[in-house]
Design a protein around this ligand. Structure first.
Ligand code: ARG
Length: 457
């Protein structure tokens, strides 16, 4: 492509280090679409003849059909998807293929192709996350009043409802979706027509190519347009936050599935066995989601470090932008799908959850609150009295509501039989009816809103 200036061809090392075709062939659909938009505009503007534009466009369709059928050939001499496509086009239609690259550079070409690819990845993430939200809302609705221990420090804290716990993840996923949506809005500008770095003297119509490719408008600065990879970084940072959330959900399932908890039976379809221990059912999918989060965050870090300190405009370092984005997108899509299946198909062992809440002195706060409310005792003192009751229950190996009244009265005479109502886990969750609280009425209201937002009714 640049043989005119060179006396010698590239060494084997140069060819190998230079080749991005092994990975950027993933951009072939975007590359064809952008080239078709470009050549249609060149034809409409009279920069190439209408006849040549038609020939080139038809030739690009043929190349696309070949790629679809046979895959993209990997020839290192052709470096990347842009040159691979152009060279095949020249084989098919002859020297007129050389007119396609008028008023264009690979710098604006790759920036355009990659944006289109990342935009699709954002849309795919959003669709996957919506499906995960539906699964969460479905299961939360089934378990709006199923009681489980709520934890802080992974120590039993207060009883909560399983529906409330699941809806916490609905909220996290909603933020992930909004991060992708923000990023998509910001990135939806077309770099095409920025050419190598300075723009072009040809009378191009950037609005036309932007519109043809579904962009809201052309970018405003050609130097920025060819050297900007913020769209990829925004994607990776949104993906990192999302992967982090998925890893937390995965960790919950891993803990809940362990035998001492026994809160869930994971779907067979998302578990594996052991080759030596016949009783084992391992939460491998959840563990891999937990692990993949580290790799996605690594991808984001990799691209930030590639971009730091690069002067304007394009530098070849930027060819390294694609592998981390492609890798993160694959990992994220799998993680979302795995967690959606896990949420949808896990069996919740509600009896075990309830039992654990009852055993863990989870209603101690309710006893303290009862003393404040019914006996007008300052909260700090009520906390102390309740601590003594828990100590006694622990010594006797019983739940709080199994302590006889005379024992409670010996701890503090102001306690009477009405306290037992407050000590049940059902009374505890029902009482937490503040907006956004765990009471079944609140959970049902949040589930109803979410179903409406997702168009599930
Ligand atoms: N293969 C290159 C990349 O992926 C395309 C852009 C090349 N531009 C250049 N000036 N060498 O970044």
């Amino acid at each position: 492509m640049w043989g005119g200036r060179f006396a010698e061809g590239p060494s084997a090392i140069m060819r190998e280090i230079n080749a991005s075709i092994p990975f950027d062939k993933a951009l072939w659909r975007q590359d064809i679409a952008a080239s078709k938009a470009h050549v249609a505009m060149l034809g409409a503007q009279g920069i190439v003849s209408a006849e040549d534009a038609t020939t080139i466009s038809a030739g690009l369709d043929t190349v696309a059909a070949e790629y679809e059928r046979d895959g993209v050939p990997e020839n290192w001499d052709l470096e990347d998807i842009h040159m691979t496509t152009e060279s095949r086009l020249a084989e098919l239609i002859g020297p007129v293929a050389g007119r396609l690259h008028t008023a264009r550079s690979r710098n604006d070409q790759v920036a355009t192709d990659f944006r289109l690819w990342v935009r699709d990845a954002m849309d795919q993430a959003d669709a996957g996350l919506e499906a995960l939200q539906r699964a969460l809302v479905m299961r939360a609705g089934e378990h709006a009043d199923s009681i489980m221990p709520g934890f802080t420090h992974l120590q039993t804290a207060q009883p909560v409802t399983l529906g409330h716990h699941l809806m916490a993840y609905y909220e996290m996923i909603a933020r992930d979706r909004s991060r992708f949506a923000d990023a998509r809005r910001r990135m939806n500008e077309s770099p095409l027509g920025s050419a190598a770095l300075a723009g072009t003297g040809f009378p191009i119509d950037r609005d036309a190519t932007a519109a043809a490719l579904g962009f809201d408008r052309p970018t405003r600065n050609s130097l920025d347009a060819v050297s900007d990879r913020d769209f990829a970084l925004d994607y990776l940072m949104a993906a990192s936050a999302c992967a982090l959330h998925l890893s937390r959900l995965a960790e919950e399932f891993i803990i809940w599935a362990s035998q001492p908890f026994g809160f869930v039976k994971l779907p067979d379809t998302l578990s594996t066995g052991s080759s030596i221990m016949p009783q084992k059912k391992n939460p491998d999918a959840a563990e891999l989601v937990r692990g993949h989060a580290g790799r996605v965050i690594g991808c984001a870090t990799a691209l930030m470090i590639t971009m730091k300190g690069l002067p304007l405009a394009y530098s070849k370092d930027m060819q390294d932008d694609k592998p981390p984005v492609f890798e993160a997108a694959g990992l994220l899509a799998l993680s979302i799908a795995a967690m959606t299946g896990m949420v949808a198909d896990t069996t919740f062992v509600t009896s075990r959850m309830r039992h654990a809440a009852e055993l863990g002195y989870a209603t101690a706060t309710d006893l303290a609150d009862w003393l404040v409310r019914e006996a007008d005792i300052p909260f700090r003192e009520a906390h102390h009295i309740t601590g003594a009751a828990v100590k006694r229950a622990e010594a006797d190996g019983v739940a709080l509501d199994q302590l006889p009244l005379d024992v409670l009265k010996a701890i503090d005479a102001r306690i009477d039989e009405r306290v037992y109502k407050a000590l049940s886990v059902d009374a505890s969750v029902a009482s937490r009816s503040s907006y956004g609280g765990t009471a079944p009425v609140q959970v049902e209201a949040r589930v109803a809103e979410a179903r409406k937002a997702l168009g599930m009714d």
